[in-house]
Design a binder for this molecule. Sequence first.
Ligand code: EPU
Length: 340
Amino acid sequence: MQFLENYSLRPHNSFGIDARARYFAAFTSVEQLAALAEFAFPGQKADPQLILGGGSNILLTKNIDGWVFHNLVKGIELELEDAESVIVRVGAGETWHNFVLYTIENNWAGIENLSLIPGSVGAAPMQNIGAYGVELKDSFHSLLAWHTRDKRLDLFTLRDCEFGYRESIFKKQAKGEYIIVQVNFRLNKKPVFHTSYGAIQQELEKMNVQELSIRAISDAVIRIRQSKLPDPKQIGNAGSFFKNPSVTVEQYESLKSDFPHLVAYNNPDGTMKLAAGWLIEQCGWKGYREGDAGCHQQQALVLVNYGNATGKEIYDLSQKILDSVKDKFGVELEREVNII
Ligand code: EPU
């Protein structure tokens, strides 16, 4: 069994934080995972401190004094096909955007709006990734996850995963209990286009698209994301650092009368979702920088590492932002990124 000791995780987290792992090892199959778990935790529950996929939704605030398992299970396979749809099996270690591009090549519709989201396929269900009016759960079929205590594979259906807004069972009751190894998607041969999200329609017009297609939507999303969101290869970040908070209609009305420009959307359950980026910008944080930790200039919801910020520095900045939004608006922001 090959493993590395005192290994820098900098290349493995999109924030580019230089935290170290005491022990680090990769696995490319369930068999290798089982062997690694037995090697690292002989005769007992496998208890790695961290399972790394693309590392695009974590903030490392300390060194990891134990095992880090890196998920490199690859492969994209067509499992079932009928006149309407396909079911595709994908290894959790595949890069999410590469998989999206593969579906577009094959004309399988469903996840084109989720183009260019950083990270791995296995991390996508953890937080039910979403963008431009579409969420992972809309194209999700099932997944296979390895139970770390019992060292066996379990199947999770859509209902089992308890998906919500940037939520799943893997962030709640089952936190730390499973390693996702394969995700199965149901994609459509006949596309249903989702362009109602304002920016997409405008972008398609700018691109002068004559005939709508999943490729055109993917291209539009890529252009929007590239214009607003920093590329983690250039500036360390993990996308939106906070979730958009939901409030009651009464709270919304009262805020709206104090702050007429408040940006909000209707939730299906009757509550209102506030644009956290707007709240943060109003508190004066947009473009703020303290050492190498900062709040992005174009999208206040994104915290960035300009080079050598520590995870603690980014975390402390996030706390100041949280406190000031609470002070000004009485609204509690919640972090979307996993703090390690
Ligand atoms: N806004 C500001 N100032 C800012 C940022 C935003 O005023 O600095 C206001 C604007 O009015 C803007 C509105 O907020 O129209 C919404 O902003 P945006 O369209 O950028 O979307 P978001 O709500 O900030 C969410 C997701 C993103 C996803 C986009 C597009 C969350 C936490 N974030 O951001 O997801 O790409 O919508 O669908 O729900 C991610 O999760 O990492 C992520 C990037």
